[in-house]
Design a binder for this molecule. Structure first.
Ligand SMILES: [Mg+2]
Length: 268
């Protein structure tokens, strides 16, 4: 068993919390991984928050977390662009987390002939910003979408997510974006790389077959589906069919997932 050549990539919304409510056992789940010295990262499609803000949100709910344990689709997008073209000129349609990630990666934020147009959730999107995005892409900018989620939960019900805004840009530009977040494997590959392991040495834990499990499977990770969020015993077959993948393991609770991870069985 080689514990140090493995790592765990943990989904957040629907896995450790719902909005502002901690899922039962989420605090214990994280503390058991720490006790067992299993390396892990919190991996989220959310591009709006900085790693510090994500860690603060977890801590407010009683889940021990540090900013450097957080992996967002914004960080993965910034890393992807930096690798493709270091110091690239990037136009941003997004919020604080995306701006911070692009700037910290040493990329040049500009609205003048950008090499890349990167878009995430952008709740102050206007017709004007949509028009500029389309013009940048027509002018040769590579279109990058942080995450393809069509809907996101809000206090008033479901709201359009980054993927819905991306659909408008794609329709008008005629260009399919490079998708970073789950179900794309780019986010998982980035997260595994941050832990210094190959995706094959990583275990993804998440509640969503179509995003977490699909991205994990695509990247070559092992996968654990937890029944803490979107997947229930009643819809699991439907989700399995629409995702076109099956998790390697299914755990009803986070406590069972921690038992499985701490048993070492997965890492032999
Ligand atoms: Mg989730």
């Amino acid at each position: 068993m080689s514990i140090h050549t493995t790592g765990i990539l943990i989904d957040l919304d629907g896995t450790l919390y719902h909005g502002k409510r901690r899922i039962p056992g989420a605090d214990q789940f994280v503390s058991r991984l720490r006790e067992r010295q299993l390396p892990f990262l919190f991996v989220t499609n959310n591009s709006s928050r900085t790693p510090e803000q994500v860690a603060d949100h977890l801590k407010e709910m009683g889940i021990d977390a540090a900013a450097d344990e957080v992996c967002t689709s914004s960080l993965a997008a910034a890393s992807y662009i930096s690798r493709e073209l270091p110091g690239a000129k990037v136009a941003i349609l997004g919020e604080e987390g995306l701006h911070a990630a692009i700037e910290q990666a040493g990329l040049q934020v500009t609205e003048d002939q950008p090499d890349y147009c990167v878009q995430g959730i952008y709740r102050s999107l206007s017709y004007d910003s949509l028009a500029r995005a389309v013009q940048w892409i027509h002018g040769g900018a590579v279109s990058v979408l942080t995450n393809p989620d069509l809907l996101l939960p809000s206090d008033d019900g479901l709201s359009p997510g980054a993927g819905s805004l991306g659909a408008a840009i794609e329709a008008a530009s005629g260009v399919k974006p490079i998708v970073i977040g789950k179900p794309s494997s780019i986010l998982m590959n980035y997260a595994a790389d941050r832990l210094g392991i190959s995706p094959r040495q990583a275990v993804v834990v998440g509640d969503n077959m179509r995003t977490d499990i699909a991205a994990g499977a695509q990247a070559g990770c092992k996968t654990i589906l937890v029944m803490t969020g979107i997947t229930t015993p009643y819809n699991i077959e439907e989700h399995r069919t629409s995702a076109g993948v099956s998790p390697d393991y299914i755990c009803e609770t986070l406590s069972q997932a921690a038992d499985l991870l701490c048993s070492g069985e997965l890492f032999t």
